[in-house]
Design a protein around this ligand. Structure first.
Ligand code: HEM
Length: 435
């Protein structure tokens, strides 16, 4: 369970069925669910019965604060979620792909070719920039540079340190890693509060912070500065590594499936997006970034034919349900995007973003971002795996990352490069224009 959780959980499912209990020392007793109907019951059940749980709060609240959407329960959660939803609506997101492409193009232009390169850190650089500019809306280059540095350091802080400190519940201000964490957090907060003050003075921007300031003020129930700070750090933490990891897995899978890559390139050349959508969905199915989400049961509850006492921790297993052969066929583990074209998976069998009132608020943001970035990389480079065997999955915090960082060898694509095919670039370099 500790070193190879997925193999272990799959064996448990084969042996015990779609609901089973695991009791392992560092985690305690947990009930795993791999049946779509049972998972649906937990995701959509009464929010007073299913709390996100003390462990999540203990580990993450020093970073995210008391008002984070990820940590709130019941009415407080519903209130903040309602205030935040309009900023993540499909219509609000439509203006973002151009800016995301621009950020990605600037980043890929410096990538090395002809040698193994890990794409995950490079994807993190892009997704961090996307959050800073589209979510927080930082424009001033100096503030952007400082925040980039501070937030990257904050995210890099080991959750083990946070866990230790909160679990011990003592004054650990003498403990150097904790002191370092508090210093970085204070510096980042100062910059974030400055951005909040700017947006309150002029909320006309189209970044998500401006929209949060506008929409909460319009409803007469404004988010306070402290709430806005906590939500911004939450969006950064929940939205940056997850999307970077999903993109890394997409390239890890594509590099090992040249037939899929060829079909994807052709469909993009033809100006179609259906196959790209299917590639994104299939990546999130076979390589879910978040393998399971937990809830703590607050009162005795009946789930399926099981009676669970208060205090039980229930884990809805995204990983098991999305790769189950009885739901997805004998080739359930194969990367085959075709299966998701024009197909509607059975309810609660495709749940990379969870479900119900806590479904990922950034799901459309993440898929919009992936759909903007993948074509930029494919237009500029050919990708080959550095080794033929698939990368193993490794646990990092609550996410599953490719163990070697999605390592590929890039070569320049024979198709027109971004600079050549971009009309504005041609205007800048008239000598390159066809006579
Ligand atoms: C591929 C990328 C992503 C994956 C796989 C992912 C996955 C998830 C999952 C499984 C949950 C549900 C947790 C639960 O049920 O307790 C969740 C919640 C959340 N996600 Fe994402 N996420 C992604 C990207 C993003 C992005 C881009 C943002 C914001 C910009 C974001 C913000 C959030 C927030 C705020 C929540 C809490 C929602 C609530 O409790 O109401 N996520 N995410």
């Amino acid at each position: 369970m500790v070193s190879r959780p997925h193999g272990f959980l799959e064996r448990c499912r084969r042996r015990y069925g779609d609901a089973f209990t695991v009791n392992v020392a560092p985690y305690g007793r947990m009930v795993f669910l791999a049946d779509p109907a049972l998972i649906r019951q937990v995701f959509t059940g009464d929010t007073r019965l299913f709390h996100v749980g003390g462990v999540r709060g203990r580990v993450l609240s020093p970073m995210l604060g008391r008002h984070s959407l990820l940590l709130l329960d019941e009415d407080e959660h519903m209130r903040e979620r309602k205030l935040m939803l309009p900023a993540f609506h499909g219509d609000a997101l439509r203006r973002y792909p151009d800016l995301i492409r621009e950020i990605a193009e600037a980043e890929v232009s410096g990538w090395p070719t002809g040698e193994p390169v890990a794409l995950r850190p490079r994807m993190q650089a892009i997704t961090l920039e996307v959050i800073l500019r589209l979510v927080i809306g930082v424009r001033d280059p100096e503030a952007l540079g400082r925040l980039r540095d501070l937030l990257a350091r904050l995210v890099d802080q080991s959750t083990m340190v946070l866990f230790l400190v909160t679990a011990l519940d003592r004054d650990l201000s003498w403990f150097p890693p904790w002191r370092r964490f508090l210093e970085i957090r204070a510096q980042a907060d100062e910059l974030i509060y400055r951005e909040i003050a700017r947006r309150r003075a002029d909320p006309s921007g189209d970044d998500i912070l401006s929209m949060l300031v506008q929409s909460s003020a319009e409803g007469g129930d404004a988010l306070t500065d402290e709430e806005l700070r906590d939500e911004l750090v939450t969006l950064l933490l929940a939205g940056h590594e997850t999307t970077a990891t999903a993109l890394a897995w997409a390239f890890e899978r594509l590099a090992r499936h040249p037939d899929v890559m060829a079909r994807l390139r052709k469909s993009l050349d033809d100006g179609e997006s259906d196959y790209l959508d299917a590639v994104i969905k299939e990546t999130l199915r076979v390589r879910p970034v978040v393998m399971e989400v937990g809830r703590d049961i607050t009162e005795p509850v009946q789930i399926g034919r099981w009676h669970l006492p208060a205090g039980t921790r229930v884990m809805s297993s995204i990983g098991l349900v999305q790769r189950a052969e009885d739901r997805w066929g004998d080739d359930a583990k194969a990367f085959r995007p075709e299966r998701l074209i024009d197909a509607q998976p059975e309810p609660y069998t495709w749940i990379p973003f969870g479900g119900g009132p806590r479904r990922c608020i950034g799901a459309s943001f993440a898929t919009t971002e992936m759909a903007a970035i993948i074509p930029v990389v494919l237009r500029e480079f050919e990708l080959a795996p550095d080794r033929p065997e698939p990368e193993r999955s490794e646990t990092r915090n609550v996410t599953q990352i490719p163990a070697r960082g999605a390592r590929v060898v890039l070569s320049r694509s024979s198709r027109p490069s971004l600079a050549e095919s971009d009309g504005s670039a041609q205007r800048r370099t008239p000598s390159a224009a066809p006579s």
